[in-house]
Design a binder for this molecule. Structure first.
Ligand SMILES: CC(C)(COP(=O)(O)OP(=O)(O)OC[C@H]1O[C@@H](n2cnc3c(N)ncnc32)[C@H](O)[C@@H]1OP(=O)(O)O)[C@@H](O)C(=O)NCCC(=O)NCCSC(=O)CCC(=O)O
Length: 358
């Protein structure tokens, strides 16, 4: 802060989450409440402990690490969003579980009848992909000109590139399907509920800690979706209204629907090969040879791009990123906005990680 109380540098910052963020992250989780980011104090505490131990390297196996990033409105010192990366989803002690969605065609020559059925088969992976998840922005900050949802989502691909060897060759995102206002899942009511005798919320909560009951109780073999009520069929592989922006962002950078869905609610799984994700390809180290003024006049900004600029520290919060003007002057050499550079502790002559944005 300056002496008049105004903040120095960009208004928004993404940093590694800290244990002291518990209260604010709990308030943010109210707007998501998923397996990855539950609206529940104990769950948030565990997630934060895990993230800090991952950032410090106290958890030695990169596959077991999970990182939480928080977006901060620096003028209020308030957390307004989160996003996460999980080193690996699906290990021997906790498989990645999904339903394979396969179209099956049947035809009878005798009757000249042709049917296309959707079939579901439960599947388990014990050596699964890296997962991105827990993406949520406070409703007051959605669809603002700074495109904060994009910033929060995309910063993870810069982080993955910075530490490429820690991550798998495939990245997975589990998207949320349409749910009723009270949280009811039509697929759960038509399918899972009959085999587990619990509510969707109870099953979801239990699956955070323990996946054994799914393997033991969920039906094996082919399930014909045609046998389910229409409302249940209609949510299989569909993206819910509030998650459409995520789908758009992911498709744009190379993710595709993997014909796999969540066994409880039918939410679609999107995947991409890590090195083919455009943002992973485009993130790179740049030697900073100059600083740009933060003027916004057209003359000052022509030829400039916006970029996510990141720096890391051995002290908390370990990782910082900001949006800043960026000019690449020659390969691997460029200039970034002066105020962001100052706030990130980057000086001319230093190297910084950059993800140029369109
Ligand atoms: C997903 C976000 C964070 C996106 O935030 P914003 O909309 O502010 O982001 P943005 O940068 O302004 O916009 C990104 C692009 O998405 C478009 N867009 C945004 N909302 C949309 C909607 N409802 N329907 C259609 N398009 C939409 C914008 O126009 C923009 O497109 P252009 O670029 O073309 O202009 C937010 O909507 C949110 O918090 N949603 C509720 C929580 C949620 O469903 N989270 C995902 C859970 S699933 C999960 O976490 C796994 C996936 C993951 O981690 O990435």
């Amino acid at each position: 802060m300056s002496s008049d109380g105004a903040i120095q540098g960009p208004l928004y910052e993404i940093r590694g989450a800290l244990l002291t963020d518990e209260e604010q992250i709990l308030a943010t989780a109210r707007h998501l409440n998923t397996v990855n980011l539950p609206h529940e104090r104990e769950g948030v505490q565990q997630i934060l402990e895990h993230s800090v131990k991952s950032m410090t390297g106290e958890i030695q196996d990169p596959k077991r690490r999970q990182y939480v990033f928080v977006l901060v409105d620096r003028s209020k010192n308030q957390i307004i969003g989160t996003s996460m990366v999980f080193g690996q989803l699906g290990r021997k002690d906790a498989p990645y579980i999904y339903l394979d969605v396969i179209d099956e065609e049947r035809y009878s020559q005798t009757l000249d009848k042709h049917f296309k059925h959707t079939t579901l088969n439960i599947a388990y992976s014990y050596d699964g992909p890296t997962e991105i998840g827990g993406l949520v922005l406070h409703p007051d900050y959605r669809r603002v000109p700074e495109r904060l949802g994009t910033f929060l989502s995309y910063v993870r691909f810069l982080f993955i590139k910075m530490h490429r060897s820690w991550f798998q060759d495939e990245v997975l995102a589990e998207l949320l399907p349409p749910l009723e206002k009270d949280g009811t899942s039509h697929l759960w009511d038509a399918l899972g509920r009959h085999f587990m005798e619990m509510t969707y919320a109870e099953a979801d909560k239990l699956s955070r800690k323990n996946k054994e009951f799914i393997r033991s109780l969920f039906p094996e073999g082919t399930i014909y979706a045609s046998l389910l009520p229409r409302a249940a069929q209609d949510v299989i592989g569909k993206v819910g209204a509030q998650t459409r922006g995520v789908e758009k962002l992911l498709r744009r950078i190379g993710f595709r629907y993997a014909e796999r869905v969540d066994p409880f609610d039918g939410g679609p799984h999107f995947t991409a090969h890590t090195d083919e994700i455009t943002l992973v390809e485009n993130s790179h180290r740049v030697k900073i040879e100059g600083l740009l003024t933060d003027e916004t006049s057209e003359a000052a900004t022509s030829g400039r791009k916006r970029a996510v600029v990141a720096s890391e520290t051995s002290a908390p919060p370990y990782f910082h990123a900001m949006l800043a003007p960026f000019e690449e002057r020659s390969k691997g050499v460029g200039a970034i906005g002066a105020s962001a550079a100052k706030a990130l502790g980057i000086a001319p002559g230093d190297e910084a990680w950059i993800l140029p944005l369109e």
